[in-house]
Design a protein around this ligand. Structure first.
Ligand code: PMP
Ligand code: GLN
Length: 375
C-alpha cells in the first residue's frame, strides 16, 4: 500500500544522525557550521519586535518579491513580473515538490539525470508519473544524445541541476546549445532548473537558465536563500516561472503551505539591501582550496569541483568496501562523516566515491583533515 515503496530515510538524515551518535565531525549533510552574517541576525532581532508575525500574501511578502525581482535582474539581466512569475517557497525543496505536483500528470515522463539530488524522483512517483533516469557521462557532463533518445511524446519535463549536487559540475554554453536543439524538437517539454548553488561557482562563471531566451517561456527556476545566505534552517527559497506555469504552481502551493514564514521573509527582504551575493563564489573557492590543500597528502583522490560546497573523493586505493560501508566505518573508526555517492544513483552504482561538505569553519576543516590524512 506504500506509494513510495523504495524510499527510505534520506541519507543526509542517516549520516548526520550517525555522526552525532559517534561524535564525529560532520562533513556529510550540506550545511554551514559558521555563524551567519551579524547584519542578518541584527535585522531579525529588530523585526521580531515589529508587526511581521502574521500571514504574508500567499505568493510571498511583497517587499521581498520586489527585491527578488531586482536580484534576478541584477544577476541575470532578466526582468520578471513578481506578481505573475514569482513564488516564495519553504526552501527549494517545496518549490520543486510543488512545481512537479502542479504540472505533472499520471503517465507523464520526467527525465532525471543520474546521479541526482534526492528531491526529484519522489514527487514524480507521487503524481503516478514515470521518472526516466538518464546517466551522465563519466566526467558528469550531460550526454545530450542519450537524453534525446530518452525523450518521447510522453516526456513532460527535464530536470537539470546546475551547479550539480553531488558532483560539483556546472553546465557550459555547449550544454545549453544542445538543450536548445533538443527542445526545438519537443515543444511540449518544460525544464525545471534547480540552481540552488547559483552563486557558488569558482573558476568558471555560472550560466543560469535565466539568461537563455529559449528557456524563459518554458523553464521553472529554483533558488534557495538557505544556500546563498548560509541559513539552511530558515527554509526560504523561490520559484520563477512564466505566468501560465506559475498560475498552476500557485494553485498547489496555496494548499500545501498557503504562505511561508513571515519573519524570515521580512528579514531576508531587508538583508538583500546590504548583502552582495557575488562575494559567495570567492568565499567558497577559498574554502575549497583550503580543504583540498589540507587533503593533498591524504590517500583520497580528489575530483574536480567547479561549484557547490561539496568535494567528491575516491577512496579506491584505500578500501574495497562499498561506499555505504566505507562511510559508516569512516564515522565509527575515524570520526568523520561523509555521504556515499551511490545514494545519488537510481541503481546505487558504487564507484568507491564519497562526498565531503566543505562549508565549515577552518578549525572544523583542519580537524577533519587531520583524521582523514591518518587513514
Ligand atoms: N536542490 C539541491 C541540489 C540541494 O542540494 C538542496 C539542498 N541542500 C535543495 C535543492 C533543497 O534546498 P532547500 O534547503 O532550500 O530546500
Ligand atoms: N541538500 C543537502 C545536501 O545535499 C541536504 C538537505 C537535506 O538534508 N535534505 O547535503
Amino acid at each position: 500500500m506504500s506509494k513510495l515503496p523504495n524510499v527510505t530515510t534520506s541519507i543526509f538524515t542517516v549520516m548526520s544522525k550517525m555522526a552525532a551518535e559517534y561524535n564525529a565531525i560532520n562533513l556529510s549533510q550540506g550545511f554551514p557550521n559558521f555563524p551567519v552574517d551579524e547584519r542578518l541576525t541584527d535585522i531579525l532581532a529588530r523585526l521580531a519586535k515589529e508587526n511581521v508575525h502574521q500571514y504574508t500574501p500567499m505568493a510571498g511578502y511583497p517587499p521581498l518579491m520586489n527585491k527578488i525581482a531586482n536580484l534576478v535582474q541584477s544577476s541575470y539581466n532578466r526582468i520578471i513580473n513578481p506578481d505573475l512569475e514569482l513564488l516564495v517557497t519553504a526552501g527549494a525543496t517545496q518549490g520543486i515538490f510543488t512545481s512537479i505536483l502542479a504540472l505533472i500528470k499520471t503517465s507523464d515522463e520526467v527525465i532525471i539525470l543520474d546521479p541526482s539530488y534526492d528531491s526529484y524522483e519522489s514527487p514524480v512517483l507521487l503524481c503516478n508519473a514515470k521518472p526516466v533516469r538518464v546517466p551522465l557521462n563519466d566526467d558528469y557532463t550531460p550526454n545530450w544524445e542519450t537524453i534525446e533518445k530518452a525523450c518521447s511524446s510522453k516526456t513532460k519535463m527535464i530536470i537539470i541541476n546546475n551547479p550539480h549536487n553531488p558532483t560539483g559540475k556546472i553546465l557550459t554554453e555547449n550544454d545549453f546549445l544542445a538543450l536548445e536543439k533538443l527542445l526545438s524538437k519537443y515543444p511540449e517539454i518544460i525544464v525545471l532548473s534547480d540552481e540552488v548553488y547559483e552563486y557558488i561557482t569558482f573558476e568558471e562563471r555560472h550560466i543560469s537558465a535565466h539568461t537563455k531566451e529559449f528557456l524563459l517561456n518554458r523553464c521553472i527556476m529554483i533558488s534557495s536563500f538557505g544556500k546563498s545566505f548560509h541559513i539552511t534552517g530558515w527554509k526560504i527559497g523561490y520559484v520563477v516561472a512564466p505566468e501560465y506555469l506559475m498560475k498552476e504552481i500557485k494553485k498547489a502551493h496555496q494548499f500545501l503551505v498557503f504562505s511561508v514564514n513571515s519573519i524570515s521573509q521580512a528579514t531576508i527582504s531587508e538583508y538583500l539591501d546590504v548583502v552582495d551575493v557575488n562575494l559567495l563564489g570567492k568565499f567558497y573557492q577559498e574554502k575549497r582550496d583550503y580543504f583540498q590543500k589540507l587533503l593533498q597528502h591524504s590517500r583520497f583522490e580528489l575530483k574536480p569541483c567547479e561549484g557547490t560546497y561539496f568535494q567528491v573523493a575516491s577512496y579506491a586505493t584505500i578500501s574495497n568496501e562499498d561506499d555505504i560501508a566505507f562511510c559508516k566505518k569512516l564515522i565509527i573508526d575515524h570520526g568523520v562523516a561523509a555521504i556515499p555517492i551511490s545514494t545519488f544513483y537510481s541503481d546505487h552504482k558504487d564507484q568507491r566515491l564519497i562526498r565531503f561538505c566543505f562549508a565549515k569553519d577552518d578549525f572544523t576543516l583542519e580537524s577533519a583533515a587531520k583524521k582523514i590524512c591518518n587513514i
